[in-house]
Write a protein that binds this ligand. Structure first.
Ligand code: SF4
Ligand code: SF4
Length: 634
């Protein structure tokens, strides 16, 4: 160990390097910017750093790397978190394998931002644990602990310094290079039940997250940084306490030196709130003053606990108008707030603000009559089990042909297929099994890039629909081109927004008002962004599609294939095909490899259900005996 005079952001960066961070992405924003810059300057071998095109792309690239077991960090400021919230909210439901620290620097004041939003609230909203450092030294040490918690609980975690922690300087103890941890990523292990977000998985994982956060509340109650400083000396019998966190804790400790040692509770993990430790703190107190910047997070938690446990403790803070409810705290403002609290508690004001409310009858008593009525009802017989109908791509869906072409072209190679949100997410079902990850709209691009950074020997594909391309995938393409990622984008262009009911989009040439407008050409957009290799092919021409994938994938850098064929719901179907009973040898290749619902087996041979078949001809192209024919080519 040795001492260095460092800015808080530099301390966080060195802490992340010491923890063996493998990849760090971010988008610049005061007061967070120097964290990524410092990692870039001091990075060790195999540590990848990029400024991403925005916070969403940064989050997705980092998520892909974390899926591989890499330790990753994403940096942004609080308003940037709004941009990243789409992948973030889903990522909590998916979880991570490698430790993932999301550094969001808050800006009370605000000094250089549009809003005073509080990431601790976003933490509760998104259900992610949050670490709130109070000094540069603590930030250095705590960021290393945050990686460990993230890995142990399989969740991204927030690390939320505020401006004065980020930009304050201090002489701090840091590790020598020889003491750094080396973290090696295990690699991506395919498991679509884990990495593809389907509604059923979300429901199951939501339950697990709630249980985990209850457990974490207990774990954090034992975390030594959530600490109670006992009252001492002349304040020993005052029955008053101060609850605080972040930089306000540091200010409060300074005030304590001159104003006396009142009992103090330092909240380092505002979410999940360390409930048991908080109850220890509240024990025997009459009044508590909450000192925190931005939102009254600690104040609300303590008020809630007093209600939950019927504790006769008055909680003062922003909600009770005892301290300012906006702007930055300072050393002087905190000292002044404490002085007033210890000298002249304004009980009238507290009563006026509704702190002393009469307690209602215990919850639940009003429902008793209703429960009895329900109990008297005859029990209904259990309904019969419904037949299982797994979701499946439609018969003749061009996406089936696209997935199949990529699968054939990449057979035997190490690949990852990053899916996206749309009906093509169903490409994850057997027999296609072509969606290894799915997070949120447009995320496949970033995830493919993240996996590629950790596993350069993997061929990384990102699939996206035409509507999703316009909605939120374009930034991911810009990110790939700018940061020189090696990946293949596959645009599944079926000329509509199929999953939600065939709404028009910028590539369809009409608006919702029925106006005919210029179509925005996806190939031209990709070329305009700088993608050098872009090919458009009809996926229903199987041989040409496979050749195209092989050719394009072997090119360096970011390249794209546009599989263009309209959705079966927007064009008139051709005549259904027919399978010849004489020529079919019952090998089931067509059923096994395509899974088209129009193909059925009868007496060991294939039949085609002409009420479903659209005449796409894909099955006839792969049948080894030429048993399938007819349709419009007949
Ligand atoms: S032609 Fe074959 S693959 Fe296409 S819809 Fe008909 S049965 Fe299915
Ligand atoms: S691939 Fe051809 S021969 Fe094999 S089961 Fe299908 S139709 Fe019959």
């Amino acid at each position: 160990m040795h001492r260095e005079f460092l800015m808080g952001n530099e301390a966080i960066a060195l802490g992340a390097i010491a923890a063996g961070v493998n990849l760090i992405t971010g988008y610049p924003g005061t007061p967070s910017t120097e964290v990524l810059e410092t990692v870039a300057k001091n990075r060790q071998e195999n540590q990848y750093v990029e400024w991403s095109v925005n916070e969403k792309a940064a989050m997705e690239v980092a998520a892909g790397a974390a899926y591989c077991g890499a330790r990753v960090m994403v940096t942004m400021k609080q308003v940037g978190l709004n941009v990243a919230s789409d992948p973030l909210m889903s990522l909590e439901y998916i979880g991570v394998k490698g430790g993932m620290v999301i550094l969001v620097a808050d800006d009370p004041g605000p000094i250089s931002s549009q809003t005073e939003q509080d990431t601790r609230r976003f933490s509760a909203f998104s259900k992610l644990p949050c670490f709130d450092p109070s000094s540069a030294q603590e930030a250095y040490e705590m960021v290393q602990e945050a990686f460990a918690y993230s890995e142990e609980y399989g969740t991204p975690v927030f690390f939320r310094p505020t401006t004065r922690v980020c930009h304050g300087y201090a002489s701090i103890l840091v590790k020598d290079v020889e003491e750094y941890s080396l973290h090696k990523a295990e690699g991506f292990v395919k498991d679509s039940k884990r990495w593809v977000i389907f509604p059923r998985l979300s429901y199951q994982n939501h339950r697990k997250i709630e249980e985990r956060n209850e457990r974490l509340s207990e774990v954090f109650s034992e975390y030594e940084r959530n600490r109670i400083y006992p009252e001492e000396g002349e304040n020993a019998g005052t029955r008053k306490g101060i609850a605080t966190g972040g930089i306000s804790f540091t200010y409060a400790m300074e005030a304590r030196d001159s104003l006396g040692a009142v009992r103090l509770f330092k909240v380092t993990t505002p979410h999940p709130f360390p409930e048991k430790r908080a109850l220890e703190f509240l024990e025997g107190l009459d009044e508590v003053l909450c000192l925190e910047e931005l939102d009254p997070v600690i104040e609300r938690e303590l008020t809630y606990l007093c209600g939950k446990y019927h504790l006769p403790v008055k909680i003062y803070g922003k909600l009770s108008h005892h301290v300012r409810n906006a702007g930055e705290n300072t050393r002087d403002s905190v000292a002044e707030d404490i002085r007033k609290f210890l000298g002249e508690p304004d009980n009238d004001s507290a009563r006026h603000m509704g702190i002393e409310q009469e307690r209602e009858a215990p919850c639940g008593t009003a429902d008793k009559g209703q429960s009895a009525a329900l109990a008297g009802e005859a029990e209904l017989p259990a309904p019969p089990a419904l037949p299982v109908r797994p979701p499946v791509l439609c018969a003749g869906c061009p996406h089936r042909a696209s997935f199949y072409a990529v699968k054939k072209a990449m057979k035997g190679k190490k690949t990852i297929f990053c899916g996206d949100i749309g009906c093509y997410t169903l490409g994850n079902a057997m027999p296609m099994d072509m969606v290894d990850t799915c997070l949120c709209m447009g995320a496949g691009l970033g995830i493919a890039q993240g996996v590629g950074r950790i596993e350069p020997d993997t061929s990384c594909f990102a699939f996206v629909g035409d509507s999703t391309f316009f909605a939120s995938a374009i930034t991911g393409v810009v990110n790939a081109v700018y940061n020189q990622a090696r990946m293949t984008l596959v645009v599944l262009d079926n000329s509509t927004t199929a999953m939600t009911g065939h709404q028009p989009h910028p590539g369809t040439g009409q608006t919702m008002m029925g106006e005919v407008v210029s179509k925005i050409n996806i190939e031209a957009v990709l070329r305009g962004i700088g993608v050098q290799v872009v090919e458009t092919v009809n996926p229903l021409d199987h041989e040409a599609a496979v050749e195209c994938v092989k050719r394009v994938e072997s090119e360096p850098g970011a390249k794209a294939i546009i599989f263009k064929s309209p959705c079966i719901a927007v064009v008139k179907a051709s005549n259904a095909l027919k399978a010849s009973e004489d020529r079919c040898i019952g090998c089931k290749k067509c059923v096994r490899e395509l899974g088209c619902p129009a193909l059925v087996i009868k007496d060991g041979k294939v039949r085609i259900d002409d009420s479903l078949c659209t005449g796409c001809t894909l099955c006839s192209q792969i049948c080894p005996t030429g048993a399938i024919g007819g349709g419009k080519n007949e």
